[in-house]
Design a protein around this ligand. Structure first.
Ligand code: XMP
Length: 524
């Protein structure tokens, strides 16, 4: 928990879009945390000491048995509260209003809210006066029940066809409640409502990356003291920012271990090692373990066996190097906020494992190490901003994600050194094409995969019998869902020609037009 900033508490009632509320607030330089309703009691509220509270939406009805409720004490804190969708309903329910379900109360998708005769600074920027009685704002609704009677003290500031109390407020107590979702993109002026709310609540907007960097450095020093820390560097943004931040905080007490498993892209290991050694002068162990990994993967073609083999070896190797660092008591990890948020589960039960992800999860307990996680409070784009703040080159910060198991999962079927070598060169040409056409930053992730098949071709009057290559490029926000990138035919044709001309061993190129779902981003 950040103790030096004004803090806003988001009580999560299980909405799919609660994280977006946090994003909107962070964009306003407001520090906030999301906590599930069933973990927030009066003791928690006292310890957290929020300057304002937001109730998220959620799938429940206030009339459900054991319906999710906020702690009673929240209304007595004397701080502004904003209720969204279910958050509005539960607020009215608790404060003496009424919620109704059934025919005519539901509203899903786009709707328009029109103002009443009342105005309030909460609506600053909405309903411009010049629009007169025609004023309306597009909002995004997603509710089954609706509020049918507002609680004493509340007034109505906006209505929509199926939500007579679309925007409500109790100006005296600074309680605000809306039926729609201002955090989503489809409520175009939604961000303005959050801005108005935090202004009314007196936030200074002091959550900046510069402040965060200084604060984190102090925290790391306080946590670590004069002890040693080890950090696994992958070359990705999260571990790089973690490493550099720690280096700035504790200098030589930090040793980074970069495990080269032989499944990296063309020139990647050299680039990573050079950047960290030369630009940052940090203690870096370059663990060249290609033979170990590629040896263990010989003859393995099952994707899960590949992933598990690499994951286990990674831990063994990391442990081997880490134990050489005498007195190491801490392990630094680039855990991000979305990995930390405990979500409210209404379905219950664990979700299906699609792929075993590569991480060093069990390592700290196994080695008796304590964790240092300086990015635990940040979203991915904030990590990038912190990276810029720390002077990481922008080419590094903007890099597409790269999976822990590396090229192993881009080489369906058996992995051989020959195939990896061909894949590396083909991938480099593909990425070069994307950069040359100025498309790199529009794409979430692009890569080549070498397919487990050879096809017949004809080159220079001769027969070829070479590998086929798949090209993949997707757009995505978080990697959870993705669309294939709509390259032009000219781009695809030019790229296929370049790859076949420049990379010996490939004589055919396919473009993967599968979105996620039903596909996944990686091939395995
Ligand atoms: P999938 O293939 O599951 O990938 O659609 C979603 C995102 O996760 C990345 N990915 C991984 N990242 N370790 C990682 O650090 C892994 O084991 C792993 N597997 C997939 C993938 O590149 C994409 O960005």
């Amino acid at each position: 928990m950040s103790q030096t900033h004004d803090r806003l508490l988001i009580i999560d009632f299980g909405s799919q879009v609660t994280q977006l509320i946090a994003r909107r607030l962070r964009e306003l330089n407001v520090y906030c945390e999301i906590h599930p309703y069933n973990r927030v009691d009066d003791g928690f509220l006292k310890a957290f000491a929020p300057k304002a509270v937001i109730f998220s939406g959620g799938p429940a009805s206030v009339y459900w048995e054991n319906a999710p409720m906020p702690p009673k004490g929240v209304f007595d804190l004397g701080v502004p509260i904003l209720g969204i969708c279910y958050g509005q309903q539960v607020m009215m329910h608790c404060l003496g209003g009424h919620v109704e379900g059934g025919h005519g109360t539901a509203e899903f998708g786009k709707a328009f809210v029109t103002p009443t005769a009342l105005t309030h600074p909460f609506l600053h920027g909405w309903f411009p006066a010049e629009a007169g009685p025609q004023a309306q704002e597009q909002v995004w609704m997603s509710h089954g029940d609706h509020v049918s009677k507002i609680a004493p003290g509340f007034q109505v500031y906006g209505t929509s066809p199926n939500a007579p109390f679309a925007i409500t407020a109790d100006p005296e107590r600074h309680f605000y409640a809306v039926q729609f979702h201002p955090e989503v993109h489809h409520t175009p002026k939604g961000a303005q409502l959050y801005e108005n709310f935090v202004k009314l609540a007196g936030f200074k907007g002091d959550w900046t990356m510069g402040a965060y960097r200084a604060e984190m450095i102090e925290k790391i020093r306080a946590q670590v003291g004069d002890k040693k820390v080890i950090c696994a560097l992958s070359g990705g943004v999260d571990s790089s920012v973690t490493g550099i931040l720690l280096h700035e905080a504790i200098g030589d007490q930090l040793t980074c271990v970069f495990v080269d498993h032989g499944l990296l892209r063309l020139g990647e290991a050299e680039q990573v090692v050079q950047m960290f050694r030369e630009n940052y002068n940090l203690n870096l162990i370059h663990a060249d373990e290609k033979d170990l990994f590629l040896g263990a993967l010989e003859g393995v073609s099952d994707p899960e066996v590949k992933r598990k083999t690499i994951g286990k070896l990674f831990i063994d190797v990391f442990q081997k190097y880490a134990t050489q660092i005498e007195g190491a008591e801490f392990l630094a990890q680039g855990t991000l906020y979305p990995d930390v948020i405990e979500s409210v589960s209404f379905s219950g039960g664990p979700s299906v494992t699609i792929k075993s992800h590569h991480n060093v999860g069990g390592l700290p307990e196994k080695m008796g190490l304590k964790l240092v996680e300086p990015l635990r409070e940040l979203f991915k784009d904030e990590v990038r901003a912190l990276g810029r703040e720390l002077g990481l080159p922008s080419s590094f910060i903007g890099r597409h994600p790269f999976p822990g198991p590396g090229l192993a999962i881009r080489c369906p079927g058996e992995i051989t050194r020959e195939k990896l070598d061909i894949l590396r060169r083909a991938d480099a040409v593909y990425i070069d094409q994307i950069r040359k056409h100025g498309l790199y930053d529009e794409i979430w992730q692009a890569f080549a995969a070498i397919l487990p098949m050879r096809t017949v071709g004809v080159m220079g009057d001769g027969r070829t019998y070479d590998y086929a290559l798949a090209l993949r490029a997707v757009t995505s926000v978080d990697g959870m869902t993705a669309d294939y990138y709509p390259f032009t035919h000219e781009f695809l044709g030019e790229t296929a020609t370049r790859i076949i001309n420049e990379v010996k061993g490939i004589n055919r190129v396919f473009y993967d037009c599968t979105s996620k779902p039903p596909g996944t981003i990686e091939l395995e």
